[in-house]
Write a protein that binds this ligand. Structure first.
Ligand code: FMN
Ligand code: SF4
Ligand code: FES
Length: 578
């Protein structure tokens, strides 16, 4: 009997749990047991950062190197840890970079033996690592979090799942689609695609088997809002998915969550159990003839898994390499069946709109924008965190009122409206509104609402390099423009941060950068390669004098590059993916 590919991760996780890594003999055994060619198993196991093909060190220290942690001294932290463990054997201690751990509001974040620690200094990280070295178990703290009341929750103290209770009786599926269309609900995962169109497409497919997938992968630096939503209003996520299932005729839902969100996995698992007990999930929902099953799928890791077709590949047990589109998942998605895929925040908007009406939803926005928006704010602000604000709120209000302004009394230099993919905007544009069109008109994007703030001591070339390096590290390598282009861009920016490039060479570099940017954005298979040029292009547009100073005069106006400390940190700053 051929095995189902999708269970491969369970097997691999079980082996890793037992041995701490994936021994060759075990992989061979798995191959024989499941009649899966060994190369196929290896091909999957070697793709995901979560799996170790060699025995890990006793203390595996991984320092998040991405935007928010970089702004909070991740380079220095790593260099300090390297010094503290200078004499250690490689089998005892390994220190490496890691991509965003989803704790950008508590930077810098570090993972030690896959447990995440936040707001860490070198001394506390050393202490935890020494514990691991002594063979003691290290466990990340799980602070008790009281639920925050969100404006987005239509139930407050009323009975939850009111929309589903009503729909199970009325079966007004067309009305649901009409309401979502009238509300102009758009996707909150980055691309902003109209939700009603996606659902309508799936509803119209004749296939008797369909799926609903919630994208809770949230791995772009600065993006932390879905973590907050799943912690505080998990019932709305489940209700949104359930409504999608009922409307489109899908009977199975999968909530795809990043493996670093252990606490949210627990919260959602508990809520799902409650729903099964209350007959809100499973067969014959609330005594009707409607069925919908829901499960949580824990991602084996990697930013690319958030791209919808790569995510589907991951659930199917393959390498998370994006598919060519079309066909879109709405036509041919999970296991080749029509599939609705939406972001966590998109799903929670659905019960809000249906419970309170389109007029209420429209009125939540300001200046012509609609609805509420959860934003994550990190970087150089006094109060990093997640805030629920009206769509259309000026960025100035988010940064200076909700997040308490720039920390240490410094001034604002730049901000990324949504992590590396939005590029950077200068302080002079801080009155831009948090809105799809307003940010697109400003040459940026609303994206997922991951605002990263830079103070006046930040080097913008350094920040562009940090962002490009992130894309280089996370490129899945399937297509040439992205795989090669992101590496070439990184090399080029590294040279610029080192100065001593002649003027003719600089002109040639700029021309090459433009060619690369065009080739990448026009020919890459997925959004990762298409957007990778955005950070450096935005810095060239808004901070050109700063780049000129580096390249032509060997000066970093912020005093970040060309220092002994930065040279010491250079290898880590641009290091190849560990
Ligand atoms: C590299 C890459 C990573 C992505 N990561 C996420 C993610 O973590 N969460 C998410 O909802 N969408 C992510 N997206 C967008 C998804 O491909 C897709 O558009 C989204 O899940 C659709 O949901 P929405 O329409 O509700 O926004 C990513 C896209 C790319 C190209
Ligand atoms: S653009 Fe990059 S991440 Fe996307 S498929 Fe191509 S190589 Fe992979
Ligand atoms: S946790 Fe470091 S950038 Fe997100």
């Amino acid at each position: 009997m051929a095995r189902r590919d999708d269970v491969i991760f369970d097997d691999l996780r079980a082996i890793q749990l037992r041995y701490g890594f994936l021994p060759k003999a075990e992989l061979k055994g798995l191959s024989q047991r499941t009649q899966t060619p060994l190369y196929q198993i290896h091909c999957v196991a070697s793709f995901y950062p979560h799996f170790h093909l060699a025995p890990p060190a006793k203390a595996e220290i991984r320092v998040c190197a991405d935007m928010s942690c970089h702004l909070h001294g991740a380079c220095e932290l790593r260099a300090d840890l390297e010094r503290r463990f200078a004499g250690s054997r490689p089998e005892d201690v390994q220190i490496r970079d890691v991509s965003c751990l989803g704790r950008c509001d508590h930077a810098p974040a570090v993972s030690i033996n896959d447990q995440i620690f936040t707001d860490v200094g070198a001394a506390s990280a050393e202490q935890i690592a020494r514990k691991a070295l002594r063979g003691e178990e290290v466990a990340e703290p799980h602070p008790q979090q009281s639920r925050v009341n969100c404006k987005a929750d239509p139930y407050e103290s009323a009975e939850k799942y009111g929309v589903v209770r009503e729909l199970a009786q009325s079966r007004a599926w067309d009305h649901v689609l009409a309401q979502l269309k009238a509300a102009e609900l758009r996707g909150m995962g980055g691309a902003g695609f109209p939700a009603s169109m996606k659902w309508d497409l799936v509803r119209k497919q004749r296939d008797p088997v369909k799926y609903v997938v919630c994208n809770a992968d949230e791995s772009e630096p600065g993006t932390i809002k879905d973590r907050f939503i799943m912690t505080h209003v998990p019932h709305l996520v489940i209700e949104g998915m359930l409504i999608a299932g009922l409307v489109t005729g899908a009977k199975r839902g999968i909530l795809y969550i990043r493996h670093e969100y252990a606490m949210q996995q627990e919260i959602l698992g508990e809520e799902i159990r409650r729903c099964y007990q209350a007959s809100l999930l499973g067969k014959k929902i609330l005594g009707s003839d409607l069925d919908f099953d829901l499960e949580v799928f824990v991602s084996p890791g990697g930013y690319i898994c958030g791209e919808e077709s790569a995510l589907i590949e991951a659930i199917e047990g393959h390498r998370a390499e994006p598919r060519n589109k079309p066909p879109f998942p709405g036509q041919i998605g999970l296991w080749q069946r029509p599939t609705v895929i939406n972001n966590v925040e998109t799903f929670i908007n659905v019960p809000q709109i249906l419970a309170r009406g389109v007029d209420w939803f429209t009125a939540q926005g300001v200046d012509g924008s609609r609805g509420l928006k959860f934003v994550g704010v990190s970087g150089h602000v006094e109060r990093p965190g997640v805030f629920e604000v009206p769509m259309g709120t000026p960025m100035r209000e988010v940064i200076f009122k909700h997040s308490g302004g720039i920390r240490g009394g410094r001034s604002l230099k730049a901000f990324a409206p949504s992590g590396p993919s939005s590029g950077y905007l200068p302080a002079s544009m801080v009155d831009v509104r948090l809105d799809f069109k307003a940010l697109a008109d400003a040459g940026s994007m609303l994206g997922s609402g991951a605002i990263v703030v830079c103070d006046d001591a930040t080097c913008m070339l350094d920040m562009a390099l940090n962002a490009v390096r992130f894309y280089r590290n996370e490129s899945c390598g399937k297509c040439v423009p992205c795989r090669v282009g992101s590496q070439k861009m990184t090399d080029l920016l590294v040279r610029w941060t080192r100065g001593s490039v002649s003027e003719p060479q600089y002109r040639a570099d700029l021309a090459l950068l433009d060619d690369l940017s065009q080739a990448m954005s026009q020919t890459s298979i997925c959004g990762l390669g298409q957007i990778a040029p955005a950070p450096i292009q935005s810095v060239l547009k808004h901070f050109r004098a700063e780049i000129d100073a580096h390249v032509l005069w060997g000066q970093c106006p912020s005093g970040i590059c060309f220092t002994a400390a930065s040279r010491a940190g250079e290898a880590q700053r641009v290091g190849i993916r560990p």
